[in-house]
Design a protein around this ligand. Structure first.
Ligand code: AMP
Length: 397
């Protein structure tokens, strides 16, 4: 039976999934092992679990076992070989953050595609090089397998031009300075789940709030992206764990002209020291902020909530109304207090939260009378990648 591997390589992490594909290629990929190597290049840690929940590993690794992405992949393969000595990896699906203006769907990776994706590195300098390091390591480890790139930008590639552009001279648009939008694999998963569990909502106007360490929101009609809060980079829109979110570009000019900051320093500030961490002075972790009894932590949460609520209004206007709001991501799925704050006083838009359902994190957390449905749907980017890998394998002669 063929298997697929999914890889999601971040700057210092490698998330992986091992899936059974079934014998005739029509079944949904079955996740059997999932895992994560964190702190690659530092003090690495490997966690992996089987589909029945048993833990295969949850322990530190010696630094040389995951000194870079290639050695981390090798370490992961050792684990896989021990667990599944007869695995036949026929396809490897990769999360690749940026497909640039070219790719609106998953693509099989060959040398030309890899060159094209490498050319997009300046569009996502903090993600793309690491994603592609994972691709190169997997190409070397599985030269016979189909390798498939799945893009966070692809889901948004057909959104209307007014949400694709900035008001800059046209030449910048032509050279690729556009609003790409991200978290597309998560939005694709949620759109698919909605089609299964609430087809009438899927056909309508839906806002999905993907609230995790990275956070964005997407307005969809009939399961297609119309507008997203993220733009050219994964910095725009909502504040995040450590990223600033939307910022007046004048602030960047000020930092350059009056604080003498260079591009690297500003990137470090906006990507790593801002957002919930910067505002709270405490942590990027929502759980810690909810537990902390400080004004700064409360204000950081208040700013996060305020920006989400503003975007609900803005996206609803872009959609011409609203039928459902979906929460997903680590915060969206797990924080009842956060969902409660977002939905408070939203009766004007037809939204009424059921507090008991919210506390239980039921799929539907709005009241029976609420005109706008409010839902909690756990997202699953890995299965989207595994399905794309299966489909590409099926297309192979
Ligand atoms: P993600 O990037 O999707 O894994 O989400 C990570 C974020 O989810 C972190 O800010 C966590 O603190 C937050 N999170 C996870 N579980 C909870 C919880 N039970 N309550 C509040 N926040 C949570």
């Amino acid at each position: 039976m063929p298997h697929a591997l999914t890889l999601n390589a971040g700057s210092s992490s490698l998330k992986f999934g091992f899936f059974e594909l079934g014998s005739d290629g029509t079944q949904d990929p079955d996740p059997r092992i999932v895992g994560l190597i964190e702190r690659i290049g530092g003090q690495p840690h490997l966690r992996a679990t089987r589909d029945d929940g048993t833990v295969i590993s949850d322990a530190p690794l010696p630094p040389e076992a995951a000194a870079d992405h290639a050695t981390a992949l090798e370490r992961m393969l050792e684990l896989l070989r021990a667990e599944r000595p007869h695995a036949q990896i026929a396809a490897v699906g990769h999360r690749v953050v940026h497909g640039g203006p070219d790719f609106a769907a998953p693509v099989a990776i060959d040398a030309a595609v890899l060159d094209r994706l490498t050319a997009f590195e300046p569009l996502a300098p903090l993600h793309q090089p690491f994603n592609l390091a994972g691709v190169r390591a997997a190409l070397a480890a599985f030269p016979q397998a189909v390798q498939v790139a799945c893009f966070d930008t692809a889901f948004h590639r057909h959104h209307p031009w007014v949400n694709d552009t900035f008001a800059l001279p046209r030449s910048y648009y032509d050279q690729g300075v556009r609003r790409y939008g991200f978290h597309g694999l998560s939005y694709e998963y949620i759109a698919g789940r909605l089609a299964e569990i609430a087809p009438h909502l899927h056909a309508g106007r839906v806002i999905v709030a993907h609230l995790g360490n990275g956070a964005s929101m997407c307005g969809m009609i009939a399961g297609r992206s119309i507008a997203s809060t993220m733009g050219f980079s994964a910095l725009d829109g909502l504040p995040m764990g450590t990223r600033s979110g939307q910022l007046d570009p004048g602030v960047v000019l000020y930092l350059m002209q009056h604080e003498g900051m260079g591009a690297d320093e500003i990137a470090d500030l906006l990507y790593k020291r801002s957002g919930l961490l910067g505002l709270s002075g405490l942590s990027n972790d929502m759980r810690k902020l909810e537990e902390a009894d400080t004004d700064a932590a409360r204000e950081a949460i208040a700013y996060f909530v305020f920006r989400i609520r503003r975007e609900v209004g803005g996206l609803a206007a872009a959609l011409g109304g609203l039928d459902a709001l979906v929460f997903c991501g680590g915060i969206g799925e797990n924080s009842a207090p956060l969902r409660q704050k977002v939905c408070e006083g939203m009766g004007w838009i037809g939204m009424e939260l059921d507090e008991a359902r919210n506390l239980r994190a039921e799929t539907r957390i709005s009241t029976d009378l609420s005109r706008v449905r409010v839902l909690v749907i756990p997202t699953d980017e890995e299965i989207v990648i595994a399905r794309a890998a299966r489909d590409m394998l099926n297309q192979r002669p």
